[in-house]
Design a protein around this ligand. Structure first.
Ligand SMILES: *Cc1c(COP(=O)(O)O)cnc(C)c1O
Length: 452
């Protein structure tokens, strides 16, 4: 791309980042706004760090994807992968749009149901579903269980038989393609733990048709998250399509193909994959197959819609480096530490956005060198209390937070129609240890069941 860059590092500058994110804009007085709401006002009310999500942005993205699928002539349903952002308000928003949900644990099944997502729109994925989770899924009557191994198929069959039910099953195939993403989020390589090797899938599908507790309905894949390009995705889908054609030709029931998630977003300057290009890839791979399609995007729907607001604690110069120490940390947003992820970081104050900048490392207060949001990032002079917005934090942000260093989970707000509301208050510090107990032997000696 020919976008202007800050000379120091090759990173896109704030103006370039915002030009591609129409839900974000500077007001000369109010500073950075998300869907027209000043982020400084939300930070003022909630304190920092806090998450802010744009409801209209999520909805617009969902509709753009749904329309692209329809325009390509596909009979496809979107199942939002709630692990990307599982706030009840976010699940509710997508459910109201008609989306289903991709869930990967018993907790996510219960969370989705509690948020009002109908069980008939749930797809249950995951490589290690326990018997208890499978029972929960069957009792709730989820739409589809994606089975990842011959062993799991037998386990599910016995759980289903014990309940007197038939489990609607798609076999998750491992197509052995390199999704060209970070090694920690690639899932479709032959040596990854996920799915059934392509060469064994037909035999296991045939086996599934013979099991009393199993109703095989289709095939699934998911090659990874933030896939590097559409090429590996197309290859994987073609392999899935070929397998489906041979099973259909042999007379086996197969009405559904699930292409998984993984649609990437542009964090830095990666060429974006449009909804139309993605739909085109699906269409060409599955041409001529009269089946229902299902996709499971998470990041693409929620990622760009969110920011993490953080305040500068202080600026410190040491060892010839400039450190901007902020009050958010890797326990809030772990992606930079875990995946070496790049996130745009821009000042909330409008005048700071245009001010001369110098490279800085943006770091959190946690006792790990990995607690670094950015290295050598061009930032203007900042003072304690100055607000920064970490961009594209709507997916795999809050859901991956921990309370490491006894840091409570941050507050979250949703912007709708020019106003905003809290969708999760900041966790109380005391809640971090409220359910903890001293061991009995310690209690009897002290005569006090409370942790002092
Ligand atoms: C994580 C996951 C998704 C969503 O991936 P995104 O990259 O967020 O689109 C979809 N399906 C399965 C099975 C997953 O594990």
């Amino acid at each position: 791309m020919s976008a202007p860059r800050s000379a120091a590092s090759g990173d896109p500058d704030a103006a370039t980042l915002l030009a591609e994110r129409p839900h974000l804009a500077y007001d000369p007085m109010a500073g950075l706004m998300l869907e027209g709401v000043p982020l400084a006002a939300i930070a003022q009310a909630l304190g920092t760090p806090c998450w802010v999500y744009g409801g209209a942005t999520m909805r617009t993205r969902y509709r753009a994807l749904a329309e692209a699928l329809t325009a390509a002539g596909l009979n496809a349903q979107i199942h939002y992968a709630i692990k990307a952002n599982d706030h009840s308000a976010v699940i509710d928003l997508f459910a109201a749009e008609g989306a289903g949900a991709d869930v990967v644990s018993g907790g996510e099944i219960r969370r989705a149901l509690a948020a009002g997502m109908p069980a008939g729109r749930l797809v249950f994925s995951g490589v290690g579903k326990t018997e208890r989770e499978l029972r929960l899924a069957l009792e709730a009557s989820v739409a589809q269980i994606n089975v990842e191994s011959a062993e799991e198929l037998e386990m599910l069959d016995s759980v289903a038989c014990a309940l007197g039910r038939r489990a609607p099953v798609a076999l998750r195939v491992n197509p052995d393609v390199d999704a060209a993403t970070h090694t920690k989020i690639t899932t479709g390589l032959g040596h990854n733990k996920f799915g059934i090797p392509l060469a064994e899938a037909a035999e296991i599908y045939v086996r599934a048709t013979a099991l009393e507790g199993i109703a095989p309905i289709g095939l699934a894949l998911h090659i990874g998250s933030q896939i590097g390009s559409l090429a590996p995705f197309r290859t994987a889908c073609r392999r899935l399509a070929a397998l489906a054609r041979s099973l259909i030709a042999a007379g086996y029931p197969l009405g559904r193909l699930d292409a998984g998630g993984g649609i990437p977003i542009s964090y830095r300057d990666e060429p974006p994959i449009t909804a139309a290009a993605y739909a085109g890839a699906l269409k060409s791979a599955f041409a001529g197959l009269d089946v229902e399609l299902l996709i499971e995007p998470g990041r693409w729907l929620a990622g760009p819609a969110g920011v993490l607001l953080t305040a500068v604690v202080l600026e410190k110069n040491a060892g010839g480096r400039r450190f901007v120490v902020v009050d958010a940390a890797m326990n809030d947003l772990v992606r930079p530490a875990l995946y070496d992820a790049w996130h745009g970081i821009v000042p909330v104050a409008a005048e700071a956005a245009g001010a001369p900048s110098r490279p800085a490392d943006v770091v959190g207060p946690v006792c790990e060198t990995a607690d670094t949001f950015a290295r050598d990032r061009a930032l203007p002079m900042v003072f304690p209390g100055a607000l920064l917005a970490v961009l594209d934090a709507g997916a795999y942000g809050a859901t991956m937070s921990s309370t490491y260093n006894s840091r409570p989970l941050a507050a979250a707000a949703l912007v709708e129609n020019g106003s905003w509301t809290v969708i999760r208050p900041r966790q109380e510090e005391a809640a971090l240890w409220a359910t903890e107990r001293l061991p009995d032997w310690r209690v009897s000696r002290s005569g006090n069941g409370q942790v002092a």
